[in-house]
Design a protein around this ligand. Sequence first.
Ligand code: ADP
Ligand code: MG
Length: 649
Amino acid sequence: MLWHAPRHYFDRSHVTPINQLVPGQQSTIKVVIKAVKVDTTRRGMKIVRALVEDGTGMIYALWFNQPYLKRSLRPGTAVFLTGNIQSSRGRLEMTVREHEKVEGNTVLGAARIVPVYRATEGLGVRNLRGIAYQVLQDYAGDYPEILPAGVRERHDLIDIHSAWWNLHFPKSSTHLEAARRRLAFEEMLLWQWALFSHREQRRKDSSVGVPHRGGQELVKLIAKGLPFALTSAQARVVREIFADLAQERPMNRLVQGDVGSGKTVVAALAAVRVVGGGFQIAFMAPTEILAVQHYQALASVMIGTGIKIALLTGKTPAAEKKRIIADTAEGRIDILVGTHALIEEQVSFARLGLVVIDEQQRFGVRQRASLAEKGTVHPDVLVMTATPIPRTLALTYYGELDVSIIDEMPPGRKKVKTIVVKPGIKQRLYRFIAQTVAQGKQVYVVCPLVEESEKQDLHSATTLRHILANQVFPHLQVGLLHGKMKSDEKEAVTAAFRRGEIHILVTTTVIEVGIDVPNATVMIVVHAERFGLSQLHQLRGRVGRGEDQSYCILVSDPRTADSWKRLKIMEKTSDGFEVAEQDLALRGPGDFLGVRQHGLPEFKVADLIKDTSLLDAARRELAAGSIERELLNDLLLLQRDFLSHYANN
Ligand code: ADP
Ligand code: MG
């Protein structure tokens, strides 16, 4: 309950007499209801209209679309009302935002800044307020203060007891902010401590790994066979990885590179190095399509080297699966590429030397860890992501990983031209698609939904495919790809698109990660406002993979100015980092690709964007050892919620 922070507050520290109300202002009044009625406007809107009085005057209070309120607003009831004052035909009225009966413990509910909790079933707002008060009285005093006075002074933080009281029943808005800061600091501190101790533990557990120093000849051979030269960023990252591999301490490295920067080949070279020394590789991708693609890419690079590669996914036929599992367990397979199927219990490796995880943001911490436990020794771990972690998150997110960044695109790539358009220009879009196909290129059309939904008036991939195939482009091949299809169907469609047999691929976000078809040069995203910017950036990364000019057309109804503005960012920048930072600023970390996926806890009061400086401060104090470990550990235990959340990721 202490951490059950109020959802928002209701400033009732100033109650205004009715005869002093001013139009245009938000005010709180304390009144008695005289009469109530429900009006219906010509357009069918219901308005509850209550005449209220406070001894200095009378005014109408209005509630829109809540006719059921009439029952509880009985004449004679005393209520607090907060809302906007406006004047209508020369008289003042209030559009009510919040109302609450004056009853019971008015010390908690009135004449102050009042906490509003998320009401849960059976527990109304006022009950929760009473419970919060009780909990504070009973427990706030016993809550351990872990910050020594020096730390509090350095960062201008109030003591924990005042913080608890002022979070729930703030004396003023200044007190409230001071409470929020203090508790935000505490949350950040505990989170960082959890990460820190986790990492320390892991260092202890896995201090002994295998140095991989062989395989140099094989690497040279394969590098020579590549159809391109590595970019200098790729070469640098390969060197960083090789240096890690050569050490006894297991590698734990994240390779981050924007979509299309060429991460796969970097992982392939790392794999070759490890195979060369006689060890096996587990190479895991989040989707079937991607696993197949990696399997094919690796297999083609390694032709003639004698390296044995196999593919294991949920769809591998039982007999073949059995054989692959046996061959892996007995060391006859060098590189096993696959999906989540790799972490199934039966899968084990004779000499697992390296774990590669592509698009690692798609996996949880647990899934990554369980793959690393498949061998008899501690394998090296290489994870890859195109998710540009904004700087504010990087600090924390990278907590336990070393990071290599591929900050350069292969030569000859042109920027994808991005344009935001309104749905009205359909015919022009169709002509553009037709021209593109006539030039021998291919087109993606991305939809947010698979099937038509009753609630929302959105085109689904299925319908759109139907329209395009039958009405608009009857002479072209229009394919359909979405997550609900069977995986052999998905594979067949992807393969046909790759071979150029499908001209237009209507799809959902299943193609968001990793798919590599350089001949596809146009992507049209319908209902673009339904996607996050980072997601759009990932989608956009599917085009612009060859040397031709590519286009990304975001179709959106600009009904809300905000979402239009958001999409316009995509026109301006093609830099994943910048997109991510803007996205983060606009949506907050909670929405940023899903908190859980990132292993970030959901903070109760802290805000990763606003409170970056507190986070820095917390990290500095931890590093300086100014806070007793025992206290930190005790508090972590106390915060089981918090811990289990972290561990569950
Ligand atoms: P991502 O980093 O998004 O996973 P990929 O590894 O799929 O990117 O590479 C994207 C495309 O770029 C592939 O077609 C790949 O063959 C190609 N590629 C990778 N490195 C280079 C390079 N140095 N020069 C030219 N093309 C490259
Ligand atoms: Mg990739």
